[in-house]
Design a binder for this molecule. Structure first.
Ligand code: ADP
Ligand code: TRP
Length: 330
């Protein structure tokens, strides 16, 4: 364990798929095994697009239950709900005043909307609320409030962490060394996990396998993986097979080597290969799935964990706010 503080926010957007898990969630869970970790459900970040409290609340429970069930190290981790910490609203407001508007104009996610609107010949800012526009400032506040050193993120979020670092720099230049400069860490690249149709697994392609789907759904999805038309007898290329590409991430080295050989040797039909994949994933995920389902039936238990986490997070948050207030207002 080094002394670096890891921080991450999980946006409550419903059950992640296997690609999200391997690409984004698993690296976080791994880091929590040997670092002091702040992990929160970023419910405030959902507000700019989800205008329904019930949905946000339900997805917040799901995100917390999933993190716990998938094995976040709860000894090292303070798990909480972003909106439970009043200091986050305060720090966001303070940071507004040192953040150049031009920085927000350069945010990839905002720029993408502007480009799309411009192409469609409608007002450039159509559909953009201030929550979306200032999203990176809220995220900078998340990161700076808890003195984070390391912020593990997917490639899509890297710019936001760089913004947090820039904003910390602007602040420190004006008011002295109050904030640590956080570093984005892109998790070990697992490559692109293919979906059922062989393209990148993605919600937008509707080709996903939900991480903790009920067993029957998991089986149905895996049986739908698209394959070529090789007969069972023919040798097959594992590196071109979605079945093998997914299997690799759930099995141990020896199992992977054996499965690879079965592809190369021929004699195994795709139906059999899919059954082997299903059984592997199911055996790895059945315990976390049961724990997830148990927690979702006992949301009081999740509430307790989150409020206990909030109490601990608030201690650090209030120290930061005291320093910032003093520096800015005297
Ligand atoms: P989607 O494409 O399903 O909308 P997101 O863009 O919300 O997924 O991705 C969230 C995170 O999950 C990203 O940080 C990305 O690194 C990871 N991720 C998503 N899909 C995959 C995939 N097919 N393979 C590897 N990582 C993925
Ligand atoms: N914006 C991140 C996402 O969309 C979630 C998030 C919010 C976050 N605050 C954060 C991630 C702070 C890392 C650090 O996935």
């Amino acid at each position: 364990m080094d002394n670096k503080i890891v921080l991450t926010g999980i946006k409550p957007t419903g059950m992640p798929h296997i690609g999200n898990y391997l690409g984004a969630l698993k690296p976080l869970i791994d880091l929590s095994q040997n670092h002091k970790t702040f992990m929160f459900v970023a419910d405030l970040h959902a507000l700019n697009s989800v205008h329904d409290a019930k949905t946000i609340k339900q997805h917040t429970y799901e995100a917390a239950a999933l993190a716990i069930a998938m094995g976040v190290n709860m000894e090292n981790t303070i798990l909480f709900r972003q909106s439970d910490i009043n200091e986050i609203y305060q720090l966001t407001e303070f940071l507004m005043n040192v953040t150049p508007k031009g920085l927000m104009n350069r945010a990839h996610s905002y720029k993408a909307i502007v480009e799309k609107n411009t192409m469609a010949n409608i007002d450039a800012d159509s559909g953009v609320n201030m929550g979306l526009y200032t999203y990176p400032i809220l995220m900078a506040a998340d990161i700076l409030l808890y003195n984070s050193d390391i912020v593990p993120v997917g490639k899509d979020q890297k710019q936001h962490v760089e913004f947090a670092r820039d904003i910390a720099g602007y602040f420190n230049n004006l008011y002295g060394e109050i904030f640590k400069l956080p570093e984005p860490v892109i998790g070990e690249d697992c490559g692109i996990i293919p979906g059922l149709d062989g393209r990148k697994m993605s919600k937008s392609y509707e080709n996903t396998i939900p991480l903790l789907a009920p067993e029957s759904e998991l089986k149905k999805k895996i049986m739908r993986i698209i394959t070529d038309s090789k007969t069972p007898a023919e040798p097959k290329n594992p590196d071109e097979s979605t079945i093998f590409q997914i299997y690799k991430f759930f099995a141990n080295e020896q199992e992977v080597a054996e499965f690879r050989k079965m592809f190369l040797d021929g004699g195994m039909g795709y139906g059999t290969a899919k059954t082997i994949l299903f059984e592997k994933i199911n055996s790895v995920l059945s315990v976390p799935r049961a724990e997830y389902e148990r927690l979702m039936f006992n949301t009081d238990e999740i509430d307790k964990i989150l409020s206990n986490g909030a109490e601990r997070a608030r201690i650090i948050a209030s120290e930061t706010i005291a320093k910032v207030k003093k520096a800015m207002l005297g």
